[in-house]
Design a protein around this ligand. Structure first.
Ligand code: DGL
Length: 270
């Protein structure tokens, strides 16, 4: 495909390490219920939050290149903050279809905080990114942005979607990591800067002593996807969505019930 030709017949492809990107897909499906979906989970590479920038900026474009070749999507959503804050530019430079990224919702958080103290929970890799520094400088320079890396919450969210009880210690530690910082008791807005974290929002809520509002980018991303695919004639017959994993197919069994709620009934290996 070249120039201004855009093939609008393909599915929407969502990409994350595991089921975190379902927090984005959930909002996208509210706006685009008929869109065919391919959900790619890089379980073999999980957790991204503990990998280096070099590893991720090589791995992610390679995987997305293979996925785009195989599924011919019309649009890719990097439903992962870690992947987006590190590799969004390189992915955009190698793919010739629109790529929507997921980056921490610093701007909206800064608009709604009343105390001016915002917490940001992400993976260890995300919170150290210059991308996040730039968002903080641009949109929250007059606010306090307290960051905390909570990689264990990724596993809590994965466990919850397998139908298990997420480890309360991991949840408690993530909250403590924010509220025990200087001014942490003034936090009134918490950015969930990892797509896994909205999946354990209820659990997080319980450990905050003060009332807080959570914010993530999922609704804005869904609106962006709907805007970029405007005019697409989605298939009239509903096809099963695809879950493609770089891990083991057997590993997906405990997730199937949840995946079916999103219409993801076909399991494939990359
Ligand atoms: N869901 C990913 C994110 O938004 C992180 C998961 C992982 O660390 O593998 O950053």
């Amino acid at each position: 495909m070249t120039g201004d030709q855009v093939d609008t017949s393909g599915p929407l492809l969502f990409f994350d390490t595991g089921v975190g990107g379902l927090s984005i897909l959930r909002e996208a499906q509210k706006l685009l219920p008929d869109a065919p979906i391919v959900y790619a989970a890089d379980y073999a590479g999980m957790p991204y939050g503990m990998k280096t920038e070099e590893e991720l900026s090589t791995r992610i474009p390679l995987l997305l290149g293979r996925l785009v070749e195989r599924y011919k999507p019309q649009l890719v959503t990097m439903a992962c903050n870690t992947a987006s804050t590190i590799a969004l530019d390189v992915v955009r430079s190698v793919l010739d279809i629109p790529v929507v990224g997921t980056v921490p919702a610093v701007k909206p958080a800064s608009q709604i905080t009343k105390t001016g103290v915002i917490g940001l929970l992400g993976t260890s890799a995300t919170i150290r990114q210059p991308y996040v520094d730039r968002l903080a400088d641009e949109f929250a320079s007059d606010k306090k942005l307290l960051r905390f890396g909570a990689p264990d919450l990724v596993h809590s969210a994965e466990a919850k979607l397998r139908g298990e009880i997420p480890d309360p210690q991991a949840i408690q530690a993530a909250v403590a990591g924010l509220i025990e910082q200087e001014h942490g008791d003034e936090i009134d807005t918490v950015i969930l800067a990892c797509t896994h974290f909205p999946l354990v929002e209820e659990e997080l809520q319980k450990y905050f002593v003060q009332p807080v509002q959570f914010i993530d980018g999922s609704q804005g991303i869904a609106r962006r996807i709907a805007y970029l695919t405007k005019g697409t004639k989605w298939p009239e017959t509903k096809h099963d969505g695809v879950l493609v994993t770089t891990g083991e197919l057997d590993q997906m069994a405990p997730y199937c019930k949840k995946l079916h709620e999103f219409g993801l009934r076909k399991l494939e290996l990359l």
